[in-house]
Design a protein around this ligand. Structure first.
Ligand code: FAD
Length: 315
């Protein structure tokens, strides 16, 4: 049953159409729901700052508890009403019944959100806490994709893992699951953060060999301070190549230099991915605009951001 249309506004190309354009990679930005009102103010300002660089879509991660989830919905509605970008609502099936999931989907629909990133989610407490299915809930992201596709007409995105999903570390299983998600109704994927372009291209080759045709947007995490790097790797399961950490540690005493090197590393990774055919990049912004804006400006100088001038400004 189709309850809501995924047609974008008149004149605006859908995310699927954008990702099918080989000459024009997409640029999208992800935020997280802040813990308090002061954090919401920072996030709103960041969203408005980044709206000037013409993102193709914006999204806010879906938290593990009720209060953070309300802030996710509220920030997502802010994006929908205050920016020109398309809006992707994140939804996880952790600690929720099917009825609660349908209720959240209805509130995204009521806010006129047209796309959902359907992910399993991690347990409250983080990715190291073993996954337990809610007694009236779903077992995994594939079931969530199916639930959405059977009840709504959202465009559906899913997660992908260049460095393998940390729970199983099984490349074939990851690839089979992406195909299963496509068959259940997904139309694009966004990867977890990673630092080695070859890991992304290996993932693409693996899933294509299985017949999965989902466009796979590469997730980029700029490292802006040294304390972040091990935390990112621990939380995401991403491999941290020595050639990356050594460049950051070499300037470790100078925060401005660490930030500059972090931007340089993310620019190089982004450039390798786009030159190798990645259909788009999604920046994990940590609710700040500076690093992402700097990387985008670098990519424009390299001729790798080929959006029309109307969609882009120097911000
Ligand atoms: C772009 C992106 C955005 C994210 N946004 C959020 C967010 O907003 N909120 C949040 O909490 N988390 C978010 N995450 C993290 C995500 O929830 C975790 O990485 C989670 O552990 C996996 O999600 P998934 O959708 O890949 O789950 P699934 O596809 O369900 O996989 C989870 C695990 O179960 C295994 N599995 C699944 N199905 C089967 C099966 N049929 N047979 C055997 N094994 C199976 C998989 O191998 C994997 O190890 C995001 C991740 C990415 C990449």
């Amino acid at each position: 049953m189709s309850l809501v249309s995924s047609n974008p506004a008149a004149g605006q190309r859908s995310i699927t159409e954008l990702l099918a354009d080989p000459g024009r990679p997409t640029f999208s930005f992800e935020f997280f729901p802040p813990a308090d009102e002061a954090g919401m103010d920072v996030l709103r300002q960041t969203i408005m700052d980044l709206d000037h660089v013409g993102p193709d879509w914006l999204s806010v991660t879906y938290g593990a508890s009720g209060a953070t989830r309300d802030r996710t919905i509220s920030a997502t509605k802010f994006i929908k009403t205050q920016t020109r970008a398309q809006t992707v609502g994140h939804l996880t099936c952790a600690s929720q019944s099917v009825d609660q999931l349908l209720e959240t989907l209805s509130s995204y629909r009521a806010a006129d959100v047209k796309y959902i990133l359907a992910i399993r989610g991690d347990m409250p407490g983080g990715p190291t806490v073993p996954w337990v299915r809610h007694p009236q809930g779903l077992a995994n992201a594939t079931e969530l994709v199916r639930l959405i596709a059977e009840n709504f007409d959202f465009g559906i995105g899913v997660a992908a893992f260049p460095d393998l999903h940390p729970e199983n570390r099984d490349a074939d299983l990851d690839a089979r699951l992406l195909l299963a998600k496509q068959e259940a109704g997904a139309s694009f994927a966004v990867t977890q953060l990673f630092f080695d372009a070859d890991a992304y291209f290996r993932l693409v080759d693996r899933v294509r060999a299985m017949g999965c045709t989902l466009p796979i947007v590469a997730g980029i995490q700029p490292v802006t301070n040294l304390a972040q790097i091990n935390r990112f790797a621990a939380l995401s399961g991403a491999e941290l190549p020595e050639r990356v950490t050594s460049r950051l540690h070499a300037v470790g005493d100078d925060p401005a230099a660490v930030r500059a090197v972090g931007v340089e590393i993310a620019t190089e990774l982004s450039a390798d991915l786009l030159r190798g055919g990645a259909p788009g990049l999604q920046f994990f912004t940590l609710n700040r605009s500076r690093a992402t804006s700097a990387i985008l400006a670098n990519l424009r100088r390299l001729g790798l951001d080929r959006r029309t001038p109307a969609a882009v400004s120097d911000g």
